[in-house]
Design a protein around this ligand. Structure first.
Ligand code: NAP
Length: 274
């Protein structure tokens, strides 16, 4: 019984290539294709695009949020807010960057990544769908409990740093996703295999999962755009750190066990550190 519970717990943590092929048949009943990752990003593009739209309407046209959204934010943030309060511009900027990030990931899932028959648990799938809905609401909650206002004329060096870091981290993640796709194609660009090969090139020379490291940097960059003072957002960053560190470590262990020639000095997640 406890063994089944352990297997079930591991099944909720692992997905894709780190999910063992030798699994009980009953566990496979909960599998959904990992290639459905794009569902997360289409939900995010639609939902976070909508939240950005209502926020810009409030900032520039003084149009209040829909009452159901105000009710949800009141519950989540515990801070009732007068309808007339204008949101911080940094919030709109973070919303825009979250939207751009989701759009890029959606396009990568649809047109760049080459997915195998890897799977994830249906609970992970539902969690992923809910994650980007909650993330958008969290961004708005940060605004409610934040202090002070920000306008374009008040943009400071921390926000500029955040913006630059966002662009660099996005480029790193895109490059890594392209390199992973390249492991499955031949010189002509045609798909040759769905196997998991040893990654190389770019920041794969330093870490097994530079795209996970880039994800962490993207969330850190948004913390800077928020002005660096939002505890709520740093808790989101902490979640992403543990989530991506775990996924990175599992991938790293898989590579080390699979490839005898795997570079010994290559870290799992953070270059030279972890
Ligand atoms: N913010 C969050 O909470 C969160 C959570 C999860 C993921 N993400 C982000 O989403 C992105 C994708 O994550 P992921 O876990 O799906 O990454 P991943 O497992 O590395 O997969 C990315 C793509 O590369 C393929 N691939 C992976 N390893 C490969 C190898 N050794 N050889 C050939 N192809 C390989 C995968 O195919 P198959 O897997 O189909 O074989 C998939 O198409 C990452 O940038 C990550 O940071 C964010």
């Amino acid at each position: 019984m406890s063994w089944s519970f352990l297997n079930w717990s591991l099944d909720l943590i692992r997905y894709g290539k780190t999910k063992s092929l030798k699994r009980a048949n009953w566990l496979r009943l909960f599998d959904v294709p990992k290639r459905w990752f794009w569902h997360f990003y289409i939900v995010s593009v639609c939902w976070n695009g909508f939240l950005l739209f209502v926020n810009l309407n409030l900032i520039y046209h003084r149009q209040s949020y829909p009452s159901w959204l105000i009710a949800i934010l009141d519950v989540l943030s515990g801070v009732p807010r007068p309808d007339s309060q204008v949101p911080q511009l940094s919030t709109a900027l973070v919303q825009l960057l979250v939207w751009l990030h989701s759009l890029r990931r959606l396009l990568e899932c649809l047109f760049v990544s080459i997915f195998s028959d890897g799977v994830m648990h249906v609970v992970q799938y539902l969690f992923g769908l809910g994650y980007y809905i909650t993330l958008g609401l969290t961004v708005l909650c940060v605004d409610r409990i934040g202090k002070g206002t920000a306008s374009l004329s008040q943009v400071d060096w921390l926000q500029v740093t955040g913006f630059v870091l966002f662009i660099c981290a996005s480029l790193l993640q895109h490059q890594s996703i392209v390199l992973l796709a390249g492991l499955r194609t031949g010189k002509s660009g045609a798909v040759e295999t769905f196997a998991h090969r040893m990654p190389k090139g770019g920041c794969f020379q330093l870490v097994s999962c530079p795209h996970y490291f880039a994800e962490l940097l993207i969330y850190v960059s948004l913390g800077f755009v928020f002005g660096g003072l939002s505890l709520t957002w740093w808790l989101v960053v902490l979640y992403v750190f543990f989530n991506q560190a775990l996924a990175g470590q599992l991938s790293h262990e898989l590579y080390v066990s699979k490839y005898q020639s795997y570079p010994k000095d290559r870290k799992a997640f953070i270059p030279f550190v972890l």
